[in-house]
Every structure is written in structure tokens, then in C-alpha cells.
Design a protein around this ligand. Structure first.
Ligand code: NAD
Ligand code: 0WE
Length: 263
């Protein structure tokens, strides 16, 4: 399928081949999009360049989203190379590891502001820059998680950040809708990425999830890539301000009594 033929996508947040951003990149490439990538920190360049080659991408730029300077430079280079873009993917989050371990009540001011800065404000800043490069309209996508609306043990300060992120999606959609720019989030089920590997008990989350989710399995990078392709394409032209769950149905069920009669 060539849903994204003729479209250019700037994808921010590839760290390695397990990143959700990489799953989205592969899906966009298969759908015919031209790809531009940004990563955070020179250490990652070594990992991201070879991945970029796999999708015929020769635009790979460093951008730490805590730096206004980095963001400005990224978009200057995007403008030089592509002129305009059609799609922005924001797949970036960060909180102090300690804040994802103890109790939420112990969150420091510094830890709170860090999580909001990297995980929420960055979407606003990247969207502002993107809108000037989207004269023909466009699609902006970010990644959220269920911990935004329910208190998930240990997700803590990131849960509050994701609540802010989802709210930002609605406000950005409201601002940019008149320009034909849509803004949506995918709320993904748990996936074992670099970010997740730092989390104690993540493995037991992945092991338990299939018994609770209607589809009886974990979600894959391909699941997220498919939904992202839809939201980035004109097939979703009437959808904006939306939080789309790609979680094997997990968020839709209440009491889960484990039953033996599967099938
Ligand atoms: P990942 O570690 O592969 O990606 C996170 C990315 O954020 C990395 O590329 C990292 O370099 C980038 N990043 C961190 N600080 C940055 C900064 N200052 N500037 C620029 N980039 C920075 O992990 P992932 O799971 O693919 O995470 C991508 C998104 O998906 C995140 O928003 C995450 O919250 C969300 N998400 C993940 C899961 C999951 O279970 N893995 C589930 C739902 C949502
Ligand atoms: O959004 C995320 C992960 C976000 C994240 C992860 C880390 C680990 C390493 C942000 N910052 C950091 N900082 C680090 O130093 N997810 C949705 C994955 C995730 O993280 C959890 C989860 C799930 C799911 C943390 C606790 C409980 C569940």
C-alpha cells in the first residue's frame, strides 16, 4: 500500500531498532514516505545512521529537545533539504529513573519539571516549528500510555506528563486545525524498548498483559506502525485531537476473571 506516497515525514525519537519511532519509520517507508530522522545525543548517531540507510534516509540530525537552539537548527536544516513536510512524529519521553521507582508523592520539583519539559513541552515546540513547514496541511503524531488516565504503579511522574501530553494534543489540534494540520496520539500498550528496559517489573507486565487484553497478546512495533500510517495518511483526514489506543483492547475491559475456556 502506498498511503504515504509523495509525503515527507520528520520522525523524532529513534534510539535503536526496538524504538517505537523505528517501528513507525519502517511502516512509513513501506507506505512510500520520504523519511527524515532526529535523535538525541551524539552517542546515538552511530546506531541511528545504519538504520536510516535501511529506509533510504540520508537526513539524520541530532536534536536534544531540551535545547531551543537544537530545535531551531533541526528545522532550519529540514527546511533547507525538503522545503516542506507533511508529517511530524514525536516519540520522545524522559523522566528520572528514581521517579519511576518510588512513590509519586515523593516526586521532586526538578523531576516533575524535567518530565514535563522533555515529554510534553517538546511536542508543543516541535509542532510550532512544523506548522510553518506544513503549508499544505499535515499530520502530527505523538505517543502516549494508559498511565495518563489511570494510576499505574510506578509510572508516577510520567503518568502526569502523559496527561499533559494528551491535553496538549487537543489544544494543538484546536490551534492547527484551521491550517489543515491534524494532531493525534497513539496510546500504545507496553513494548520492550530501551526506555522500558530500565523499568523493574516490566517483564512481568509483558507476561501478564496477554491474559488481560481482549486480543490475548502484547502489541508489536508493526501494530503501532500500522496505526501511525493510518493517522499520518489522508485515510484519517477527518480525525484530529484524538487519542487512539493500540493496546490489544486492554483499556476497554474492566474486571478480568481469568477463564479456562479460551478459544
Ligand atoms: P525509546 O527509548 O526507544 O525512545 C525514547 C526516545 O526518547 C529515545 O530515542 C530517546 O533518545 C528520546 N529522548 C529522550 N530524551 C530526549 C531529549 N532530551 N531530546 C530528544 N530525544 C530524547 O523508547 P520508546 O518506548 O520507543 O518511547 C517512545 C515513546 O513511546 C515515548 O513517548 C514513550 O513514552 C512512548 N510509549 C512507550 C511505551 C512502551 O511500553 N515502550 C508504551 C506507550 C508509549
Ligand atoms: O513511557 C514509557 C517509558 C518512559 C520512560 C522510561 C524511562 C526509563 C529509563 C521515561 N524515562 C525513563 N528514564 C529512564 O532513566 N512507557 C510507557 C514504558 C513504561 O514505563 C513504565 C511503565 C511502562 C509501561 C514505568 C513504570 C510502570 C510502567
Amino acid at each position: 500500500m502506498n498511503l504515504l506516497e509523495g509525503k515527507t515525514a520528520l520522525i523524532c525519537g529513534v534510539a535503536n531498532d526496538r524504538s517505537i519511532a523505528w517501528g513507525i519509520t519502517r511502516a512509513f517507508h513501506e507506505a512510500g514516505a520520504t523519511i527524515a530522522l532526529s535523535y538525541a545525543g551524539e552517542k546515538l548517531e552511530r546506531r541511528v545512521r545504519p538504520l536510516a540507510e535501511q529506509v533510504d534516509c540520508d537526513f539524520v540530525e541530532n536534536c536534544d529537545v531540551s535545547s531551543d537552539e537544537d530545535i531551531k537548527q533541526l528545522f532550519t536544516k529540514v527546511k533547507q533539504k525538503f522545503g516542506t513536510i507533511d508529517i511530524l512524529v514525536h516519540a520522545i519521553a524522559f523522566a528520572n529513573r528514581d521517579d519511576l521507582a518510588g512513590q509519586f508523592v515523593d516526586t521532586s520539583r526538578e523531576g516533575f519539571l524535567l518530565a514535563q519539559n522533555i515529554s510534553v513541552y517538546s511536542l508543543i515546540a516541535l509542532s510550532r516549528e512544523s506548522k510553518d513547514l506544513m503549508p499544505n496541511g499535515g499530520s502530527i503524531l505523538t505517543l502516549s500510555y494508559y498511565g495518563s488516565e489511570k494510576a499505574v504503579p510506578k509510572y508516577n511522574v510520567m503518568g502526569v506528563a502523559k496527561a499533559g501530553l494528551e491535553s496538549s494534543v487537543r489544544y494543538l489540534a484546536s490551534d492547527l486545525g484551521p491550517k489543515g494540520i491534524r494532531v493525534n496520539a497513539i496510546s500504545a500498550g507496553p513494548i520492550k524498548t530501551l526506555s522500558a528496559s530500565g523499568i523493574k517489573d516490566f517483564r512481568s507486565m509483558l507476561n501478564t498483559f496477554p491474559s488481560l487484553a481482549p486480543l490475548r497478546r502484547n502489541v508489536t512495533l508493526e501494530d503501532i506502525g500500522g496505526a501511525a500510517t493510518f493517522l499520518a495518511s489522508d485515510a484519517s483526514a477527518g480525525v484530529t485531537g484524538e487519542i487512539m489506543y493500540v493496546d490489544a483492547g486492554y483499556n476497554t475491559v474492566g474486571l478480568s476473571l481469568l477463564e479456562k475456556d479460551e478459544g
